[in-house]
Design a binder for this molecule. Structure first.
Ligand SMILES: Nc1nc2c(ncn2[C@@H]2O[C@H](COP(=O)(O)OP(=O)(O)OP(=O)(O)O)[C@@H](O)[C@H]2O)c(=O)[nH]1
Ligand SMILES: [Mg+2]
Length: 212
């Protein structure tokens, strides 16, 4: 049985510029990725019911740090600044991309990725690249079609079906849902998904203890 994580208790913990400086006590973490301005920080704020937990900004791609938020000891959400256009030099950008790839490939407690795509223009080049990479690496991926409030109900449903169709042809570990930080659409659905990923070890530990 997956446990229920207290998302509202999230507290900012640390910003790590690279893998080596990430928390050492993590047993399970979920990272939010996606293009600059997709709404990652806003989604974390909606999920945790805190307006200013993750910084949101209209200036895309400012920070290049892995921002950790503790949910319960050893369990984290990670806000990963957007790939795409960052307002930094080409060499800084390359350096960051290298760190990001290392984090995604080598971070052991990483249980899943939440990837945000603007519902009005999904599957940009960098999105498709990330999806392919996740499938290859075998990492569970939840895609949020964000800013769903920008489309009428029918249009958002049909966008969801279209994206879902395109994804099911690819891999079972990838799922997709509608999301809006503005009107909180999809927050509960996202929580249910994250409960499964973040509570996994605890549930297994509980089962093992009960079996003894
Ligand atoms: N209408 C609407 N606007 C949103 C939504 N989510 C985010 N925004 C807006 O989109 C802009 C970018 O949001 P952020 O949460 O800062 O985006 P981000 O992905 O964290 O961006 P970076 O940190 O630059 O990578 C802000 O102006 C938000 O207010 C949403 O669900 N609906
Ligand atoms: Mg952000």
């Amino acid at each position: 049985m997956p446990i229920s994580i207290p998302y509202r208790q999230a507290v900012y913990t640390i910003s790590a510029p690279k893998l080596e400086l990430c928390p050492t006590d993590s047993v399970a973490e979920v990272a939010f990725i996606g293009r600059s301005n997709a709404g990652k920080s806003s989604a974390i704020n909606a999920l945790t019911d805190q307006n200013k937990l993750a910084r949101t900004s209209k200036t895309p791609g400012r920070t290049q740090l892995l921002n950790y938020f503790t949910l319960v000891p050893g369990r984290y959400l990670v806000d990963v600044p957007g790939f795409g256009y960052a307002k930094v030099s080409a060499s800084q950008k390359q350096q960051w991309q290298k760190q990001l790839v290392r984090y995604l490939e080598e971070r052991e407690p990483l249980k899943g990725l939440v990837m945000l795509m603007d519902i009005r223009h999904p599957f940009m080049d960098s999105d498709t690249m990330m999806i392919q990479w996740c499938i290859k690496a075998g990492i569970p991926l939840r895609i949020l079609l964000t800013k769903a409030d920008k489309l009428a109900y029918g249009a958002s449903k049909s966008a969801l079906l279209q994206v879902r169709k395109q994804l099911t042809e690819q891999a079972a570990q990838v799922s997709v849902q509608l999301f809006s930080s503005l009107n909180r659409q999809g927050v509960d659905e996202l929580k249910a998904c994250l409960d499964g990923w973040l509570g996994e070890d605890e549930a297994e530990a509980g089962e093992a203890a009960a079996a003894e």
